[in-house]
Design a binder for this molecule. Structure first.
Ligand code: SF4
Length: 192
């Protein structure tokens, strides 16, 4: 999927020769096709495959052209990642203000949020970061403002807590840590 997205973006780069660019991307020249796609898309309820066929029939990219149908739609369905990321909503022109939001399978939402805002770090990366911060503090301690010294010290304690946890319980292997867990560990360590 990522490879397809990257290829799609590549085909739209200004540096891509004109004859190699995707000719189905909506532009000023093919605006009537976008309008036709929008009208057909709104005329009846269609699933994602049917929108794909419609785009092929009309000769316009269904992915981009379907954005023109969002504003006049009364009901828009979309996957969690598009709903939960502000930047994705902005690109699609979707505003949550004044709208009713219905979340299906809501028990999955915490995992979805944690998946979007989660990162993976290794114990080695934590240790390297800790060592670098130590050097930074050594060098700039006297030049840092009080509150910045406190912030750096908090990050140091957080890294120490995480590294200690991984060292003691998970061993030197790659562990997926999510912000939620980091926050919990951080609070524990700061409170102790
Ligand atoms: S048809 Fe649409 S999704 Fe496919 S490459 Fe062109 S712009 Fe990208």
């Amino acid at each position: 999927m990522t490879a397809i997205n990257e290829r799609c973006l590549e085909l739209q780069q200004p540096s891509t020769p004109t004859d190699k660019k995707c000719s189905f991307v909506p532009s000023k020249e093919n605006q009537p096709l976008v309008t036709s796609f929008r009208d057909h898309a709104l005329a009846t309820i269609r699933d994602i495959e049917e929108l794909g066929f419609l785009g092929r029939e009309i000769g316009i990219c269904p992915y981009y052209a379907s954005r023109s149908a969002i504003r006049p739609s009364e009901i828009v369905t979309l996957p969690y990642p598009l709903l939960l990321q502000k930047s994705a909503r902005e690109v699609l022109g979707i505003s949550l203000k004044g709208h009713v939001l219905i979340i299906d399978e809501a028990h999955n939402i915490m995992d979805a949020i944690s998946g979007i805002h989660g990162i993976s770090v290794t114990l080695a990366q934590l240790k390297r970061s800790r060592a670098q911060l130590g050097l930074y503090l050594q060098k700039f301690r006297n030049r840092l403002m009080g509150k910045n010294r406190v912030y750096v010290a908090q990050v140091v304690r957080l890294l120490d807590s995480l590294a200690g946890y991984l060292d003691g319980k998970a061993g030197p292997m790659v562990c997926a840590l999510h912000f939620k867990k980091i926050a919990v560990l951080s609070n524990k360590s700061l409170a102790s």
